[in-house]
Design a protein around this ligand. Structure first.
Ligand SMILES: [Cu+2]
Length: 202
């Protein structure tokens, strides 16, 4: 008698939790889940807010999609909250996913190292280096943080000798270059005309 009433309570608890879960996630049929971000490269200590959208089979945005389940492929590299806030932990690459009614979207996030040798960081925006110039001391290095668009960093032939190696077309990585010779080293992204910058080495 005591056992069976216990079982009945357990059954009710399960059906209530099932009911509330399907209530939260009921909604239009999802065909595609897309995660976007203004940046996909970050460093430990700098959180990243991701945005997620769901689309139906016709490609129409679903206005009230329901609750997404977020996950990180490598919590030792970066964790993600159930609101899509990424907390970088250690250098590496991680895949962040958001799932809704059996459909999963993903985005790759690079956690770049914070190194004392790096004096400054140049970010690649869709069409610009930011900042487009930095001043360092000979022997220091600059990290180029490549986001989700393809760019390259090609040092101008007219530069004084001592330019570091070019960085060929890449994305979603951090590449560090050391500058050991004094001078002004100008560079271009040859993919995007007008996307240029320079490093002054004192
Ligand atoms: Cu570019």
């Amino acid at each position: 008698m005591r056992l069976s009433s216990c079982a009945a309570v357990a059954l009710i608890a399960i059906s209530v939790s099932c009911g509330s879960e399907s209530g939260t996630n009921a909604g239009p049929i999802v065909a595609n889940v897309v995660i976007t971000s203004t940046r996909t490269v970050t460093t430990p200590g700098t959180p990243l807010q991701l945005t997620v959208s769901a689309f139906d089979a016709a490609g129409t945005l679903i206005a009230t999609p329901g609750v997404f389940a977020w996950a990180s492929s490598a919590p030792s590299v970066a964790r993600v909250t159930q609101t899509g806030l990424v907390t970088p932990v250690a250098p590496g690459t991680v895949t962040i996913t958001a799932a809704l009614r059996g459909v999963t979207g993903s985005i790759s996030v690079v956690v770049a190292p914070l190194t004392q040798a790096t004096k400054d960081t140049i970010f690649t925006l869709p069409l610009a280096f930011s900042p487009d110039n930095v001043t360092i001391t000979a022997g220091q290095s600059v990290t180029f943080l490549f986001a989700g668009d393809l760019h390259n960093v090609i040092f101008k032939p007219a530069n004084p000798s001592g330019s570091p190696p070019d960085i060929q077309e890449t994305k979603n990585v951090a590449v560090t270059r050391s500058f050991n010779t004094k001078g002004t080293f100008a560079f271009d992204c040859l993919i995007h005309p007008g996307m240029s910058g320079f490093v002054v080495v004192q």
